[in-house]
Design a binder for this molecule. Structure first.
Ligand SMILES: Nc1nc2c(ncn2[C@@H]2O[C@H](COP(=O)(O)OP(=O)(O)OP(=O)(O)O)[C@@H](O)[C@H]2O)c(=O)[nH]1
Ligand SMILES: [Mg+2]
Length: 370
């Protein structure tokens, strides 16, 4: 694999994490959510798969039946860059919005996210906690239509349902259908709506309170990325020849939209965020979102009434397994105690027999002297 084909995880991880990750490897799970036909499957394929497998033909959305994603589908690729192992899982979800009643569109997505927290919680309370594969969703790319006038009520409802569970990065999909001016206006409307509805989106790692303490390059990068939210993306799977260069582009009769060209869309910025802020997203998932879930679960197990909206109870067989694990752990602890007791008894006996032989020796030496 040549340098250009690398995704860049290794280069941007702090040395400490680099060394740790190099040894163990770590998981990063990225989910795409949004209305049907906005280009979710195409984007995730362009984002990583084509980089990793330049020679592999990734089926076009139209090659696969009618192209729709019909169920939550997770694909994992193992990336090894300069000894840093990343297990990257991309979770593609079915688009919503094309039904009259979209009430249940949330269900499979929220269920998937909760199920991963739940299984992590169960594994964490089991005996073997060392090699847990982390399937928790660390980031959701939320696709907003470029044809609308901002956020639809369903977008608002969806993002509100997700905001306490995952880091959301909002995207304007198929940005190639907008002029630069239209794109900026739509971004502004979306930013305004997000603020009006109090929706929590992923806030890039904050710079130090005193920006002069930070690396000026870093401060510049964060400010530029923040100002670009929601990122306007377009995607294409096919590699085209544009001006003698092989690039991913959408070709139109009047010209080409280059996916990786920063002037044409924010695709590169999205890649930068995922790569540079991966560690931060993993940490926030652990310390904020998973912690919320864990606390809710604990409260639900008897202390308080469950929060109906957030909680999905562990299923009966998972609870049963958890009970079995706890029983095994208890037995092990009892056995350990018994072994400790036996050791103690043996040591006591040994010291007693030592004492006895010592007193015999002393007695016999007294006799000898006499
Ligand atoms: N103009 C334009 N078309 C795109 C873009 N990305 C994808 N498409 C096209 O849009 C259509 C739908 O793309 P998909 O990737 O299947 O969309 P999806 O969001 O996964 O759809 P569902 O699986 O039904 O939710 C395909 O014909 C793509 O070629 C884009 O950035 N711009
Ligand atoms: Mg799809």
């Amino acid at each position: 694999m040549t340098i250009q084909q690398e995704i860049g995880f290794a280069k941007h991880l702090p040395t400490q994490l680099h060394r740790k990750a190099a040894k163990k490897g770590f998981d990063f799970n990225l989910m795409v959510v949004g209305e049907s036909g906005l280009g979710k499957s195409t984007l995730v394929n362009s984002l990583f798969m084509a980089d990793l497998y330049p020679d592999r033909r990734i089926p076009d959305a139209l090659d696969m039946g009618n192209g729709n994603t019909v169920e939550v589908e997770a694909n994992t690729v193992e990336i090894d860059e300069h000894g840093v192992k990343v297990r990257l899982t991309v979770i593609d979800t079915p688009g919503y919005g094309d039904r009259l009643n979209n009430e249940n569109s949330f269900e499979p997505i929220i269920k998937y996210i909760n199920d991963q927290y739940n299984s992590y919680l169960c594994k964490e309370s089991g005996i073997n906690r060392k090699n847990i594969v982390d399937t928790r969703v660390h980031c959701v790319l939320y696709f907003i239509s470029s044809l609308g006038r901002g956020l639809k009520p369903l977008d608002v409802a969806f993002m509100k349902a997700l905001q306490d569970k995952v880091n959301i990065i909002p995207l304007v999909a198929k940005a190639d259908s907008l002029t630069a001016k239209e794109c900026e206006a739509l971004k502004e409307t979306i930013r305004q709506k997000i603020a009006d509805h109090g929706i929590q989106i992923y806030d890039l790692m904050p710079v130090d309170d005193d920006p002069s303490l930070e690396d000026p390059e870093y401060v510049k990068e964060i400010s530029s990325l923040r100002a670009s939210f929601p990122l306007a993306v377009c995607a294409a799977q096919d590699v085209q020849e544009v001006n003698g260069r092989q690039i991913r582009a959408r070709r139109y009769p009047w010209g080409s939209v280059e996916v990786d060209n920063e002037v044409h869309c924010d695709f590169q910025k999205l890649k930068t965020i995922i790569i540079h802020h991966l560690e931060d997203m993993i940490e926030r998932t652990e310390t904020m979102h998973y912690e919320n879930y864990r606390v809710q679960c604990l409260m639900n197990k008897g202390l308080r009434q469950p929060d109906k909206e957030i909680l999905v109870l562990p299923s009966d067989d998972i609870l049963q397994k958890e009970r079995e694990l706890q029983a095994t752990e208890k037995k092990l602890r009892e056995m350990e105690k018994q072994i400790e007791n036996m050791k103690f008894e043996m040591a006591k006996q040994a010291s007693r027999s030592n004492l006895d032989s010592a007193s015999i020796i002393t007695a016999s030496s007294v006799e000898e002297k006499e």
